[in-house]
Design a protein around this ligand. Structure first.
Ligand code: PMV
Length: 356
């Protein structure tokens, strides 16, 4: 009998409108919608192999070669259970000759082609790749938007990594979470000119996890309530319009405003959370000055780059490809790096925005 195995990759995504806050911590339902760019598969991705076999005693998981415990009722266990349920309902119940894979245990091995500790969104690509590889193993006839409902329960932002290009995660309203899924706003081919430069400011693990940080913010920050009601809905509409119009100036303006508001909300949390450090703030100053000059009428009057920061100090700079050389020289001028471009992981290189 041929082994039941499947291997799938999923890339990292970096949000322009940030997800921060859960309204349901078990189902991972967000307090606001978010929107991200899925990076090119070639640069930062998780690759996951899943195998089902009647001889396996229990579900097991290895991350970068090291076995991790699958906690009962935990996020990984939830994703695996949901995928087995889909296999049973969508394949085995409809076709009596289909192998009963939903009754076998699975062994899952996942690798990141970038350092897990580098403060980049490894949980997003990791849970997206896990969900996609189980979907392939189980031959599910399920579109990525439906799979995003499962990946979401592993790590919220993972739901966006199942689709390429520009992706929205609609917060939804239903208590069941069935309308809280990812949808593609535009494919990568719509605007391949946008590139992402990832500046690893620190590769230390972050002090406050996104899970505990979000909880503290939801419990204590009045600014979060203002953001959810009065800022994010308009920004979601505006950035989607900017993407459809390929209007980088507007895309950059909204992306930077939302990153800054997300970090303001962290500061408004009690006790406050500081994800950025002095180098992160210095990079903001450099990009703001670069844009101030670009915005002068004699220089065209449009922004040329956008920074954004997740729950850590590392900068992601989005820019049209034509500006990247100049931006990299500028960053290297102010933040000299030895061997920056010899980094075997390409972490200081450019990554085309779309998924490959
Ligand atoms: O999915 P999580 O729990 O890793 O949270 C991600 C939160 C941010 O990266 C800060 C924002 C986002 O939308 O990705």
């Amino acid at each position: 009998m041929a082994p039941f195995t499947a291997t799938t990759s999923a890339p990292v995504n970096i949000a322009c409108i940030k997800y921060w806050g859960k309204r349901d911590t078990k189902l991972i339902l967000p307090t606001n919608s978010s929107l991200s760019v899925t990076l090119d598969q070639d640069h930062l991705r998780s690759t996951t192999t899943s195998r089902a076999d009647p001889s396996f005693q229990k579900d097991r998981l290895w991350l970068n070669g090291v076995e991790e415990e699958i906690k009962t009722g935990g996020r990984t266990a939830t994703c695996i259970a949901e995928m087995k349920k889909m296999r049973k309902e969508l394949v085995e119940d409809l076709d009596a000759s289909a192998p009963p894979l939903s009754t076998y245990s699975v062994h899952i091995a996942s690798y990141n082609n970038f350092p897990t500790a580098a403060g980049l969104a490894s949980s997003a690509s990791g849970f997206a790749a896990l969900t996609a590889s189980l979907a392939a193993l189980y031959a599910l006839p399920t579109p990525p938007t439906t799979l995003s409902l499962i990946a979401r329960q592993g790590s919220g932002s993972a739901c966006r990594s199942l689709l390429g290009g520009f992706v929205a995660w609609n917060a939804g309203e239903l208590p069941s979470g069935l309308d809280s899924h990812a949808v593609q706003v535009a494919p990568e081919t719509h605007w391949p000119d946008i590139h992402a430069l990832i500046c690893v400011v620190s590769d230390h693990k972050k002090g406050t996890s996104s899970t505990s940080g979000m909880q503290r913010t939801v419990e204590t920050s009045p600014l979060l309530q203002h953001r959810i009601k009065h800022c994010v809905p308009q920004r979601m509409a505006d950035i989607s319009a900017a993407i459809h119009a390929r209007d980088f100036d507007r895309f950059a303006e909204i992306t930077m405003a939302d990153s800054n508001q997300f970090h303001a909300v962290c500061l408004d949390t009690a006790p406050p959370i500081f994800y950025m450090n002095d180098v992160s703030r210095a990079i903001i100053a450099v990009i703001e000055e670069y844009n101030r000059v670009a915005l002068l009428p004699e220089n065209g009057g449009k922004r040329k780059a956008a920074y954004t920061y997740d729950a850590g100090p590392n900068a992601v700079i989005y820019a049209p490809a034509a500006n990247m050389k100049e931006i990299i020289s500028m960053i290297l001028h102010y933040f000299p790096q030895q061997d920056a471009f010899k980094d075997p992981f390409g972490l200081f290189g450019t990554a085309g925005a779309g998924s490959g």
